[in-house]
Design a protein around this ligand. Structure first.
Ligand code: ADP
Length: 265
């Protein structure tokens, strides 16, 4: 584990001696470390596309000035880099929003089947382009779950988008919904929501760190696919806010299954 760090303050100086008051600040230090790492990561992630943009502006002013074909190509790249920054900022805002909320309003009831159907409809075009078939496999009477509809939409969207990004082309991506009577980690019943792909799979070594902000198994591949490295961090936060559970099972070369169980109570 981590060493305990003590910060001492002189609490009292009396004729008899000096008393030092100690507090354990290892947790505070750890939080400060994480904040620093996060800021460094965000800066790096923003700087990469910015550097590219500045470079291409320079080129457009100079060498590519009188070359329409080159100009179009460079503008295309610049647009891609700007869109990347846009996605990153959108994900950062989502993350800070879900982190700021203590708990979800328990009054709202979410229809997971309807939510899944609309997420799949939104991603239909992406799936077709990737040559992947999307399938919704829902039990007959999946109950409504207490939660925030927008946040649960985002969970499903991020998981299905990942399944499409890292899934094998020509394969199938399934969203499975079923009621669970008892769950070992939840009090009482819940609804299980699983996203299954038959793609590249994830080495078990990476599984424990997958939901960390900016953690990627293959940075180059994630960036190439337009990933921000924040998708699963957002998912984890939303699931925690709903007091749900998340599980990942994966086999290299076989595919991956993300399962989320949301409590009914
Ligand atoms: P990203 O924006 O990079 O996709 P995520 O937080 O959504 O970020 O995912 C983190 C990493 O987990 C990804 O970079 C990828 O390496 C891995 N990953 C996520 N989902 C899958 C999946 N369905 N199959 C294989 N790898 C995945």
């Amino acid at each position: 584990g981590r060493d305990t760090i003590y910060r001492g303050t002189v609490a009292r100086v009396s004729g008899l001696g000096v008393t030092l008051a100690f507090e354990d600040i290892s947790e505070l230090e750890q939080a400060a470390d994480m904040r620093r790492d996060f800021v460094a990561n965000v800066s790096h992630e923003l700087r990469t596309p910015l550097t590219a943009l500045l470079g291409f502006i320079e080129t457009l002013r100079g060498a590519a000035r009188d070359d329409p074909a080159a100009r179009d190509r460079f503008l295309g790249i610049m647009e891609r880099e700007a869109l990347r920054m846009n996605r990153l900022v959108a994900d950062l805002l989502s993350l800070s929003r879900v982190e700021a909320e203590e708990r979800v309003r328990p009054t709202a009831r979410v229809d997971l089947v309807g939510t899944a159907a609309s997420v799949l409809a939104t991603l239909r075009g992406v799936a077709e382009a990737a040559g992947v078939e999307l399938e919704l496999d829902a039990e007959a009477d999946v109950p409504l779950v207490p939660g925030d509809g927008d946040q649960i939409t985002q969970v499903l969207h991020n998981l299905v988008e990942n399944a499409l990004k890292y899934g094998a082309s020509g394969g199938k991506v399934q969203v499975q919904l079923r009621r669970i009577a008892v769950h070992p980690h939840l009090r009482g019943a819940g609804v299980s929501l699983a996203v299954v792909d038959h793609g590249e799979g994830i080495d078990p070594l990476h599984l424990p760190r997958l939901t960390e902000r900016f953690y990627r198994v293959d940075s180059h591949r994630s960036r190439e696919k337009g990933g921000t490295g924040l998708g699963l961090a957002i998912v984890k936060h939303i699931v925690n806010r709903h007091r749900g559970r998340m599980k990942v099972e994966s086999e290299k070369g076989e595919g991956t299954r993300f399962e989320i169980v949301l409590p009914l109570q």
